[in-house]
Design a protein around this ligand. Structure first.
Ligand SMILES: Cc1cc2nc3c(=O)[nH]c(=O)nc-3n(C[C@H](O)[C@H](O)[C@H](O)COP(=O)(O)OP(=O)(O)OC[C@H]3O[C@@H](n4cnc5c(N)ncnc54)[C@H](O)[C@@H]3O)c2cc1C
Length: 328
């Protein structure tokens, strides 16, 4: 059985847009209203860490939070489905691509402000950049995130974490954009976080900015800790090939990677996708892999683990878009 695409986080009814849509005309219209980039039929493989994914009808990289607000209103007013991407490091975009408007926050909304122990970051700020910034201010609490190649917005939505810590521990406030174009500030008590999960996943909101509370620390000690953590990642993760981090969540005390290794799936290949021989919970793109290749591998691995251990692995990655390619 194939994985189905998740339904997409923010759609306003079924799109009235079909093949005949004048995306170019819409793009021109949008370009007049925002400062950021607007592209038509843009291959999303250029925007995901897996280097996989068909085209977005319309892709926007907003330059400002106001751009972001305009994009959301634009999508709502035109009845165009909206998908928000951070840095595309935890998603599998299917080979048919994503219909409607895809807004990518990485590359545009990257502002970071430090005031005492409070740090405010726009949704598209990259975690490694954020960590380097707070180190300069001698602030501790985010070291675990140094090697996570995602945005602050994506991290909060996914409750990204490592080394037994997660971003929820430092989040104080999340500013979201509602579908009606209103910015709303949510306190920690308004949100629930779990393992690779936040309640934001169930709501049609876009994270615009995040306020985090850190603690003062020793710059040298913080720097050393970050170096150590990055070194461990370099040894344990196949960072030389495009990937999306852990494909499956850990089902319990036994790590997904351990179970996958035990069923002999390390090195298993479908098309140009391969279960990494370095870390079994990673699937790497050997060059030219399709989403269909990755989905085939996911199903094969899941089936083997289910047969051997009676455990049904759940994906950590989010599957977005539509259509399966006929390739491999
Ligand atoms: C080499 C590698 C190592 C990794 N290591 C880790 C790790 O140690 N720990 C870990 O937790 N993860 C890890 N990841 C996975 C990934 O980097 C994290 O989940 C990261 O937080 C995702 O951020 P992103 O900006 O790339 O989000 P995306 O992949 O772009 O999006 C993830 C989800 O969040 C939604 N989303 C993104 N931004 C917004 C927004 N502003 N508003 C609303 N919804 C939004 C998307 O629609 C999607 O559903 C790793 C990935 C790689 C490639």
């Amino acid at each position: 059985m194939r994985l189905r695409s998740s339904t997409g986080r923010q759609t306003w009814g079924s799109s009235a847009w079909g093949d005949s849509v004048e995306w170019e005309r819409l793009a021109e219209h949008l370009k007049k209203q925002i400062t950021g980039e607007v592209k038509v039929q843009e291959p999303l493989k250029n925007y995901t860490s897996w280097r996989i994914g068909g085209p977005a009808d319309l892709l926007v990289v907003p330059g400002t939070l106001e751009d972001l607000r305009v994009c959301l209103s634009f999508a709502r007013d035109h009845g165009v489905p909206l998908t928000v991407l951070g840095n595309g490091s935890n998603v599998l975009v299917l080979d048919g691509g994503i219909r409607g408007l895809v807004v990518k926050t990485a590359g545009g909304l990257s502002g970071i402000r430090v005031q005492g122990e409070r740090v405010t970051a726009e949704a598209g700020a990259m975690l490694p950049v954020l960590v380097n910034t707070v180190i300069r201010y001698g602030l501790t609490g985010l070291e675990f995130a140094a090697g996570i190649p995602g945005t602050v917005g994506g991290a909060v939505v996914m409750n990204a974490g490592a080394e037994g810590q997660s971003i929820s521990e430092v989040v104080e406030e999340v500013t979201v954009l509602r579908t009606d174009g209103e910015f709303v500030s949510l306190g920690k008590k308004d949100l629930t976080f779990g393992y690779r999960h936040s309640s934001l996943q169930e709501h049609p909101v876009t994270v615009a900015a995040v306020v985090m509370g850190l603690r003062p620390g020793n710059i040298q000690e913080i720097t050393d800790r970050v170096r150590r953590l990055l070194e461990v990642r370099r040894k344990r993760q196949p960072l030389n090939r495009p990937n999306a981090g852990s494909v499956f969540t850990n089902p319990g005390p036994q790590a997904a990677g351990y179970l996958i290794e035990k069923v002999g799936a390390k090195g298993l290949t479908r098309g140009r996708a391969q279960v990494s021989s370095v870390h079994a919970n990673f699937i790497v793109n050997m060059g030219g892999a399709t989403a269909a290749d990755v989905l085939d591998l996911i199903e094969e691995v899941r089936e083997r683990v289910r047969r051997e251990f009676g455990i049904s692995l759940k994906t950590e990655i989010k599957v977005l878009g539509e259509g399966l390619s006929t390739g491999s």
